[in-house]
Design a binder for this molecule. Structure first.
Ligand SMILES: Nc1ncnc2c1ncn2[C@@H]1O[C@H](COP(=O)(O)OP(=O)(O)OP(=O)(O)O)[C@@H](O)[C@H]1O
Ligand SMILES: [Mg+2]
Length: 427
């Protein structure tokens, strides 16, 4: 690598994105890419199109969305769609907006903002990728193929993708100069990722990495359990209906409710086919309370309140990280909801998600050929590492003195910048 070159490091996250650089051989940590955000180095991964010709990003996307009375489309958690071959993108104002373009636009904006701060044009980038976009190998390949297209669209001519948990490991190894076997767990919005690696006082070598594993469930999946386990009942999830000339009594299909339950899907509830189907279910529903619940769902859709509803869910979830109970309150007219949730019921609802996450950890240990007692340090990172039942499971499996949680949001980026130093070896 030429020393006068600039390589961008991009942690493109499901919830937040961060950018740093290796600029003329020096690390530039945490660029202030979203100046009006509470922490300007963290940009929420949000895209807002008031119409098909205009797009806003990060904090500005949220501000404009409110200012323009929620006209158009607000996309969140779109990184999660990458491995889904059925999700090509969306049709908007009679135009096709592919997922690659959507992500490409976001990366292009990150690139432009970084170029202004660094006062230079950039064509090379190190971009993070989850250990697994999907549990299915073909879907995983497909996801990375789409990311390559998106990076090209953003104008990068040379890109290296580094597994996010490996980037975290590269960051953590900076603080240790004895030979050790370490485990890194990165719990984000979309994926939970693990790396086991040997660290030595010598330079990093690929063979130091003993295993990388992960699963596509994390913070968003935990938000979803509040909806799927309780809150969606108020929006018709349990509606019973009978179609004309049929004897079968049916329940609102899970595929429809999934669009309400999952943060990455909510923007698609309003697509015509889905919308028409919900209307039909309402017409054919058997109970008055189900019709009323679906009416609430229509208010939610018409008045574009689902994004705000999920913001409240996320707030409640976060507050359960430090308290035993937390109130969920949504005051929008006709959608008033008031509940108190406890950390015990949250853990109960999240049982399956937690099991899948820790199965990925078991696979990671098996891949490395190690047992828990052979791990000498455990580092946790990512926003979802705050969740008490995740932390507790780690202390149960590894002794508390081995554990460290630090730099919750910046460690992946920091490791990506570190990996840019080894550009030639990694290429
Ligand atoms: N105190 C907290 N308690 C529980 N969850 C939290 C807390 N703080 C943040 N989170 C969750 O962490 C997630 C975001 O974490 P992070 O920014 O590390 O993810 P990301 O890098 O955008 O996603 P990914 O790496 O999966 O693509 C969100 O789901 C958020 O709700
Ligand atoms: Mg992340």
């Amino acid at each position: 690598m030429a020393t006068n070159e600039t390589i961008l490091a991009i942690d493109f996250g499901t919830s937040h994105s961060l950018v740093g650089a290796l600029h003329q051989g020096r690390r530039v940590d945490d660029l202030a890419i979203d100046p009006s955000s509470q922490d300007p180095t963290l940009m929420r991964t949000l895209l807002y199109f008031p119409n098909a010709d205009q797009c806003f990003y990060g904090t500005e996307a949220l501000r404009k969305y409110t200012e323009l009375e929620m006209e158009g489309r607000l996309f969140r958690s779109f990184k999660s769609h990458l491995p889904n071959k059925h999700y090509l993108g969306t049709v908007f104002d009679n135009r096709i907006l592919s997922l690659e373009n959507m992500i490409g636009l976001f990366l292009l904006e990150l690139k432009k903002r970084a170029e202004v701060i660094l006062k230079t044009k950039v064509a090379k980038a190190v971009i993070g990728r989850p250990a697994r976009y999907s549990m299915d190998a073909a879907a995983d390949e497909f996801a990375i193929h789409r990311m390559k297209k998106a990076a090209e669209y953003a104008g990068f001519t040379d890109v290296i993708f580094i597994p996010e948990p490996l980037a975290a490991a590269l960051e953590f190894r900076r603080g240790i100069n004895q030979e050790k076997t370490i485990l890194i767990g990165d719990f984000g919005g979309g994926t939970s990722d693990f790396t086991i690696m040997k660290i030595t006082p010598d330079n990093f070598q690929k063979k130091d990495v003993l295993a990388v594993e992960g699963c596509p469930l994390a913070g968003d999946a935990l938000d979803s359990v509040f909806m799927s386990s309780r809150l969606n009942r108020g929006f018709g999830a349990q509606t019973k209906y009978r179609l004309p000339m049929s004897d079968n009594i049916m329940t609102m299909p899970v595929s429809i409710m999934d669009r309400l339950n999952k943060p990455s899907q909510i923007v698609h509830l309003k697509e015509r086919e889905t919308y028409e189907f919900i209307k039909l279910v309402r017409k054919c529903s058997l109970r008055k309370e189900d019709k009323e619940a679906i009416d609430r769902l229509f208010v939610m859709l018409e008045d574009q309140q689902i994004f705000a509803f999920f913001e409240e869910i996320e707030k409640t979830k976060k507050s359960l990280s430090s308290r035993a109970t937390s109130a969920f309150k949504f005051d929008y007219p006709d959608l008033e909801t008031s509940e108190v949730f406890s950390s015990v019921e949250f853990e109960d609802w999240a049982f399956k998600v937690k099991n899948e996450i820790f199965s990925a950890l078991d696979r990671c240990l098996a891949q490395a050929g190690l047992v828990e007692s052979q791990i000498e340090h455990v580092f946790l990172t990512g926003g979802t590492a705050h969740v008490p039942f995740i932390q507790r499971e780690f202390t149960r499996r590894f002794c508390a003195s081995k554990m460290q949680t630090k730099k919750i949001f910046h460690s992946i980026l920091s490791g990506l910048i570190e990996s840019a130093k080894s550009w030639d070896e990694l290429k």
